[in-house]
Ligand binder design. Structure first.
Ligand SMILES: Nc1ncnc2c1ncn2[C@@H]1O[C@H](COP(=O)(O)OP(=O)(O)O)[C@@H](O)[C@H]1O
Ligand SMILES: O=P(O)(O)O[C@H]1O[C@H](CO)[C@@H](O[C@H]2O[C@H](CO)[C@@H](O)[C@H](O)[C@H]2O)[C@H](O)[C@H]1O
Length: 467
């Protein structure tokens, strides 16, 4: 095993992407690779297992410099002293040396060697073909995107060989690593390859190999980073919708178009990746997962306990109702994941699925109604956040108009009659609100009232509809 430097655990514990909030990580370094060095900087990626949570494997890129990085104060992880003098250690994504090395691997399809001498440990893959006669674009500047929770994304301004601006790129570095393919890379790639403009163009990705006793042959392989076209100057729809509700601006037309885009996304995914008829076993598995999720949520939000009986009835009804075929879906569909891009329409991001769900579950074919339920909940969240900020006022009508328009747009584009799936859609919506209660109690307790109120309302509505 490699030695973990003392500075790493306390620094990791303070990072937004560190999942074991409130706990000090117990780190074990299981590998790492080098992205090059010269006399001024050494660029490396450490792979460290936190045994205190689950356990979870993290990817930690660092740079080591003999002289301080200009303007890099906020990125400084630690300063050490050795025989050659002071050593300044920086958070890799915030150091242009790492940022350029990472994108270089993608664009040039490079390999990186393991630090323990065991051979290649990381591999770059370029998907986007170079336009005829144009050499690899160059990085003009790079910047870490603020506000991200579980990953770290670097946005690159690019120039062509002749110095003219080229398509900007965003490269998402997956902080928590898993054996197997990352659904964000697979689904975005499949949609792009099918010619759909509903996702940004894939530029390429980096995969890695690391030791893992639980993996086949003792070696795990998985995605480390994903680079795609960056769409500059567009706010995500969550921010746009909040601004709209604030001034009482209707969102129904945009919600209708979002419903159409969602149907197109589902149709293209169903054509590009495996689908299958939903078996009674599949149905039982999904419904059991709903019940298990409710029990977990009720253990952390005891007030939910009063809904147990009625909820069981709703879930039993869903189990007995007709189910559409299973297919790959977005998995965590909400307004923060979609951008309305001028002259292009709705663009969908982040197909990683719900961060609280096991990665294997997130890569399995699922019910497309789960995505519809996610977006329906998101319109309710806009109203919920408005009501929290404006006590005594309500945006319920705004949300109801947007929700109806979204479903109308989906039905119009897909030709799928959702009426026969009403009980099932209700169940997925309640399940999502239960997930949100768990998410909020762990991350944003001030917002817990939004999903809690929704559980109450949705359970009541669904029970009335059935009687
Ligand atoms: N290709 C892109 N073009 C423009 N903005 C993007 C792009 N990808 C991500 N973003 C911005 O970054 C935010 C976070 O990206 P996301 O993929 O959802 O990361 P995370 O998995 O950490 O939630 C998005 O809400 C969006 O505002
Ligand atoms: O980090 P992700 O974007 O993958 O998703 C997680 O965080 C979301 C919050 O950022 C959370 O979404 C919930 O809050 C949104 C408003 O901030 C709201 O629009 C969504 O409808 C609501 O579910 C998401 O559930 C969680 O997985």
């Amino acid at each position: 095993m490699l030695e973990v430097p003392d500075y790493l655990a306390p620094w990791m514990a303070r990072q937004r992407w560190f999942a074991g909030k409130g706990r000090t990580p117990q780190l074990l370094e299981i590998g790492g690779f080098s992205l090059g060095y010269d006399e001024s900087v050494r660029v490396r990626v450490r792979l460290v297992l936190d045994r205190a949570s689950n356990p979870l494997l993290y990817q930690v890129p660092l740079t080591e410099r003999r002289t301080p990085l200009q303007g890099g104060e906020a990125a400084l992880v630690a300063t050490e002293n050795d025989a050659d003098g002071p050593l300044y250690i920086y958070d890799g994504p915030r150091d242009p040396a790492f940022a350029s090395a990472l994108l270089g691997m993608v664009l040039q399809g490079g390999e990186a060697l393991a630090e323990d001498g065991s051979g290649p440990a990381a591999f770059g893959h370029r998907d986007l073909a170079e336009p005829d006669g144009i050499r690899f674009p160059q990085v003009r500047s790079s910047k870490v995107l603020s506000g991200e929770q579980s990953n770290t994304s670097i946005v690159y301004e690019m120039t062509d060989a002749d110095g003219s601006p080229a398509m900007p790129i965003i490269c998402k570095l997956f902080r928590a690593l898993h054996d197997g393919e990352n659904p964000d890379v697979v689904l975005t790639g499949a949609l792009g390859a099918a010619g759909s403009a509903v996702v940004p163009r894939t530029v390429g990705y980096v995969t890695g190999r690391w030791r893992d006793t639980a993996a086949l042959g003792g070696v795990a392989t998985g995605h480390l980073a994903f680079a795609q076209e960056f769409l500059p100057g567009v706010q995500d729809a969550w921010k746009v919708a909040l601004a709209a509700v604030e001034v009482g601006e209707d969102f129904a037309e945009r919600a209708y178009a979002l419903g159409e885009a969602t149907a197109e996304m589902h149709e293209t995914l169903a054509g590009a990746l495996p689908t299958r008829v939903t078996t009674p076993f599949d149905i039982a598995t999904v419904v059991t997962a709903m019940r298990t999720r409710f029990e977990l949520a009720a253990s952390e939000v005891p007030a939910l306990g009063v809904y147990r009986e009625r909820l069981n009835t709703v879930y039993a009804r869903a189990q007995a109702s007709p189910w559409p075929p299973l297919q790959r879906i977005h998995g965590d569909f909400h307004l923060g994941q979609v951008l309305s891009v001028p002259d292009r329409g709705w663009v969908v991001l982040d197909f990683e699925g719900e961060p609280l769900r096991d990665m294997r579950e997130r890569s399995a074919p699922d019910c497309p109604l789960r995505d519809l339920a996610g977006m329906l909940r998101s319109f309710d969240y806009v109203a919920g956040s408005y009501a929290l900020a404006h006590p005594g006022q309500s945006a319920a009508e705004w949300a109801s108009a947007a929700r109806n328009a979204f479903i109308d747009g989906y039905i119009a584009r897909s030709g799928r009659d959702l009426r026969e799936h009403r009980a099932l859609l209700d169940a997925f919506e309640i399940d999502k609100a239960v997930y949100e209660a768990l998410y909020e109690v762990r991350n944003r307790p001030n917002w817990l009232s939004i999903p809690s109120a929704a559980v109450d309302r949705l359970v009541t509505r669904s029970s009335q509809r059935a009687s």
